[in-house]
Design a protein around this ligand. Structure first.
Ligand SMILES: Cc1ncc(COP(=O)(O)O)c(C=O)c1O
Length: 422
């Protein structure tokens, strides 16, 4: 079990008041808050060690290089990678997914090859492959979902053919919360020698991740969604697959030697980390991973499962006034709960919740095709993390009850279509 009260003390921002009320932060799927340990690690780095990495023989540069490399080791341990040099630091999941699509896809795809995506993909995993497919004249296929938000595995089995070269899927959906069966997907994909690219943006921060056990080929995730700084992300790849990629973003630090005619690329992972990296960010991300490992990822998952179970129980009090999307069994889903309140626009509900100090995300959550498949224009999304409590969920329910009571007045509020195209 985790001690939420102790954990909360580590997060200075949780002391903030919003419109005179205590902040209830339920927007963790978008980004998480940062513990003081991560903030301090960054301050310490800039205060005592700041220098560029891999470029200087002086003491500060050596220290910065060592700290930055050690950060790769911590992340390798966090996801049970075979080795630290399979871990490429980048800027976020979007960046990780673009690197694989361009660096692997451009080199290895041929005309007529098939790429299997899913209807529940986030834009950041879907769009890079669509772009690359256009250049390479490859064919995109989409795996459907069931009406209750599960991946349709029968459809997946049909969509994968001898021509399939790539299968992409989210380990956990950022909208319906579904946790997909990675091993099942890997088995089907590897039978036809396709690579499996897993989007771990929502899963890695919230449950144990073992890249060896899953058997996937690539994994992308965002540091800022797991207590780390913004502008940090990770691409992990199996060594043989990384060796199949062409360096895509190239320049400083990606090479061992350059002549006017030729290039000798650097070893892994530097070949894929072009230019001066986010050194302080990488160090902060490692601190975040250490923090989570101290808590234990099994405990993180258990805590969120309990919060989901409790939310569903309390949502029953709202009866017909609430529609919830995605699987109902907490075993099959993460702590991301998307819903709508009858006759109210999702943005209206989001703005009203903000008046209570409750931060949620509203809109299409960068997954427009999934919303079109569900036949909805958006949802309100509450997403949990280690510092969230049952009391906060009680407060959410009370706020929603008040919003429902005021429905007639709120219904006529103008809704400006704030940008949902992100
Ligand atoms: C499932 C999923 N994939 C990818 C991303 C993209 O993450 P980032 O914006 O950090 O690149 C997100 C972000 O919300 C996500 O939820």
């Amino acid at each position: 079990m985790i001690n939420v009260e102790e954990i909360r003390k580590d997060f200075p921002i949780l002391q903030r008041r919003i419109r005179g009320r205590r902040l209830v932060y339920f927007d963790n799927a978008a980004t998480t808050q940062k513990p003081i340990q991560v903030i301090n690690a960054i301050v310490e780095y800039y205060s005592k060690h700041n220098a560029n990495v891999h470029r200087g023989l002086h003491t500060l540069s050596q220290e910065a290089s060592e700290m930055y490399e050690e950060a790769h080791e911590v992340i390798a341990k966090f996801i049970n990678a075979y080795s630290w040099d399979e871990v490429i630091f980048c800027f976020n999941t979007t960046d990780a997914m673009n690197i694989v699509a361009y660096a692997w896809g451009f080199k290895n795809l041929r005309e007529g090859d098939e790429i299997v995506l899913t209807v529940m993909d986030h834009h950041s995993t879907m769009l890079p492959w669509r772009n690359v497919a256009k250049f390479k004249k490859a064919v995109i296929k989409y795996v459907d979902i069931t009406d209750d938000g599960y991946l349709n595995y029968e459809d997946l089995a049909q969509k994968i053919t001898e021509k399939t070269k790539v299968v992409v899927f989210p380990i956990m959906s950022n909208v319906v919360g579904t946790i997909n069966d990675a091993k099942k997907i890997v088995k089907l994909a590897h039978e036809v020698d396709a690579i499996v690219v897993a989007d771990g943006a929502q899963s890695v921060p919230h449950m144990p991740t073992d890249v060896r056990d899953m058997g996937i080929d690539f994994l992308g995730f965002s540091g800022h969604k797991m207590l780390g700084p913004t502008g940090t992300g990770v691409l992990w790849g199996r060594r043989d697959r990384l060796e199949e990629m062409m360096p895509f973003k190239v320049g400083g630090d990606t090479i061992k030697d350059v002549t006017l005619e030729d290039v000798i690329w650097h070893d892994l992972p530097w070949r894929f980390e072009a230019g001066t990296p986010n050194i302080a960010g990488g160090i902060g991300l490692a601190e975040a991973a250490k923090y989570l490992m101290r808590i234990g990822m099994d405990n993180v998952r258990q805590h969120e499962k309990e919060l989901v179970e409790y939310t569903f129980k309390r949502f029953e009090e709202l009866g017909e006034d609430i529609t919830i999307y995605g699987p109902r069994n907490p075993e099959d889903r993460g702590g991301v709960i998307s819903f709508n309140i009858k006759d109210l626009h999702h943005h209206t509900v989001g703005r009203a919740l903000d008046l209570f100090g409750i931060a949620v995300r509203t809109g299409m959550h960068c997954a427009h095709p999934l919303h079109y498949r569900l036949g909805i224009k958006g949802t309100v999304r509450a997403s949990y993390y280690i510092y969230n409590t049952r009391e906060e969920i009680d407060y959410l329910i009370e706020a929603l009850k008040q919003i429902i009571m005021l429905r007639e007045a709120l219904k006529h509020q103008p809704v400006e279509e704030v940008c949902t195209g992100t």
